[in-house]
Design a protein around this ligand. Structure first.
Ligand SMILES: C[S@@+](CC[C@H](N)C(=O)[O-])C[C@H]1O[C@@H](n2cnc3c(N)ncnc32)[C@H](O)[C@@H]1O
Length: 250
């Protein structure tokens, strides 16, 4: 059985992911004029890594919403500079146009109906405001050298968890809505240098060992891990994962 992660372990994982997308978020915050926003919503706020950051980048009031009470409790303790509430992205408990800027980061792939969650984010954003979809990966576009089975394992693991591993490529379509004025898509290449591959190695494989435990025999995971380490040491390892983002003008 895959072991259940604690909120503190999730927080570590979310902080690592947030580091990969930092430059893109800064770019999006500037384009959405986040500093001047009066009300900002972070949907799928998790442990509050992004929500806490938003609170430092705006004069407005920041609210995080998540459907997991453990995440909400952890975020309240760790990133109390924002307000948090329990709720579902498919049915946001806010009136139309309440927020100037609505944000999500690694959320839509986890939604059972991403189209509905996207429409909800647009609905609660005021005309003239923006929805910032900061990061949605597309594991179908993953390339590894040497040729490891990691992409297929990750896709199987995510599907089993109810996620959509190919959300990245679907972003534009999700926001093809009458209330949307424009959707600018962008790509975070997700191409790590050798130093980062080395630095991330232990955390990355610990996560895979935990999440793939009941899907892939331990011997196979170990074999891939050894191959990956040898390739890093030989200076040959390459891993590419496309992560898409969107600036949606309402
Ligand atoms: C990968 S985590 C990302 C957390 C945070 N946005 C970050 O990047 O640090 C996805 C989060 O979305 C939440 N989530 C998933 N589906 C949701 C839904 N339908 N409504 C609200 N939250 C949801 C999960 O509980 C989890 O905290």
């Amino acid at each position: 059985m895959a072991t259940r992660m604690t909120p503190a372990q999730w927080d570590d994982q979310f902080a690592r992911q947030a580091a990969w997308t930092r430059a893109t978020r800064t770019h999006l915050y500037r384009r959405a004029n986040l500093m001047q926003a009066r009300r900002v919503l972070d949907v799928g706020s998790g442990t509050g890594v992004i929500t806490g950051e938003l609170a430092t980048r705006t004069r407005g009031k920041v609210t995080g919403i998540d459907h997991d009470p453990e995440m909400i409790a952890y975020a309240e303790r760790q990133h109390g500079e924002a307000a948090y509430q329990l709720g579902d992205a498919h049915d946001l408990p806010f009136t139309d146009g309440w927020f100037d800027v609505t944000v999500c980061h690694f959320l839509l792939l986890w939604c059972r109906d991403a189209r509905r969650a996207a429409a909800e984010m647009v609905r609660v954003t005021q005309p003239g405001g923006s929805v910032l979809v900061c990061a949605e990966p597309d594991y179908g576009g993953r390339i590894d050298h040497p040729d490891l089975p990691i992409r297929d394992w990750q896709i199987q693991g995510l599907v089993r968890e109810g996620a959509d591993p190919r959300m990245g490529r679907k972003l534009r379509g999700l926001f093809a809505l009458p209330a949307v004025r424009s959707t600018d898509l962008g790509l975070i290449p997700g191409l790590w240098d050798l130093a980062t591959l080395r630095l991330e190695f232990d955390a990355e494989w610990a996560l895979w060992e935990r999440t793939l435990a009941d899907l892939v025999p331990a011997g196979e995971i170990n074999k891939a891990k050894t191959t990956s380490l040898a390739a890093i040491q030989a200076g040959e390892r390459m891993a590419f994962l496309p992560v898409f983002y969107a600036l949606v003008r309402v």
